[in-house]
Design a binder for this molecule. Structure first.
Ligand code: BG6
Ligand code: MG
Length: 220
């Protein structure tokens, strides 16, 4: 078909936020301040670099670019240790079913993630082959809420942005999808993802009927 479905990775396909939290939390502890789960919410959908800046801001810490680079590398080393242990069991409920359904309908399927570790994660959870196109943090220069990642995915699928649907759990990701002129489905809480066109708590309540009706403009 001429429709494309773009999936964010972290928080949509897998719950990696807890691994990011553990790794960032170790850095915060080393630097001598408390980094809470609530603080961690601010890092969702945000690039590694921007995540560190937010974290340092919370701890009231300034540092040189070299120092920041070292901290990011250390954080990522720890994060990678958690990722190495991931298995397909960690795929969030109903995601494989939705992917299979969209494929059967002949739709194009892409990954649109800020993560530079996306390919490793997809391999660990055995979903690498489920996506026709993969655009991740290694392919973009502008992080969400900039629409670059999603526009690139649409372009590589050869689908017009207005014919794309984005699944996103982060505020910055919903903003990016809307800036790309795409239909944004939030995965999470309605009160948080206010700019989304529709919000589901997770994929278990999303039906093929709903997805099929997205482009049926209601008659007035
Ligand atoms: C996003 C996560 O998908 O990727 C963010 O939601 C994370 O929390 C970002 O900071 C970058 O990830 P990575 O794996 O490149 O450090
Ligand atoms: Mg996410």
């Amino acid at each position: 078909t001429d429709k494309g479905f773009i999936f964010d990775l972290d928080g949509v396909v897998v719950d990696t936020a807890r691994y990011h939290y553990k790794a960032w939390n170790r850095l915060a502890t080393q630097l001598g301040f408390v980094f809470t789960q609530e603080h961690n919410e601010l890092l969702k959908g945000v690039s590694r670099k921007k995540s560190l800046d937010i974290l340092l801001n919370i701890g009231n810490i300034t540092a040189s670019e070299d120092q920041k680079q070292q901290w990011m590398e250390a954080k990522n080393q720890e994060y990678l240790e958690y990722i190495q242990k991931m298995t397909p069991d960690e795929i969030l409920p109903n995601v494989p079913y939705i992917l299979k359904h969209l494929k059967e309908e002949g739709h194009h399927i892409a990954l649109g993630s800020a993560s530079k570790n996306a390919v490793q994660i997809l391999q660990k959870i055995m979903l690498f082959d489920a996506f026709d196109v993969i655009v991740d943090g290694t392919h973009v220069s502008k992080a969400k809420p900039d629409p670059e990642v999603f526009l690139k995915a649409a372009q590589e699928m050869n689908i017009r942005p207005e014919n794309c649907v984005v699944f996103e759990d982060a505020v910055a990701g919903i903003q990016a999808a809307k800036a790309a002129n795409m239909y944004a489905i939030g995965i999470g809480k309605k009160e948080v993802l206010i700019a989304a066109d529709e919000v589901f708590p997770d994929f278990t309540t999303m039906t093929p009927q709903f997805l099929g009706a997205i482009w049926n403009v209601p008659k007035v």
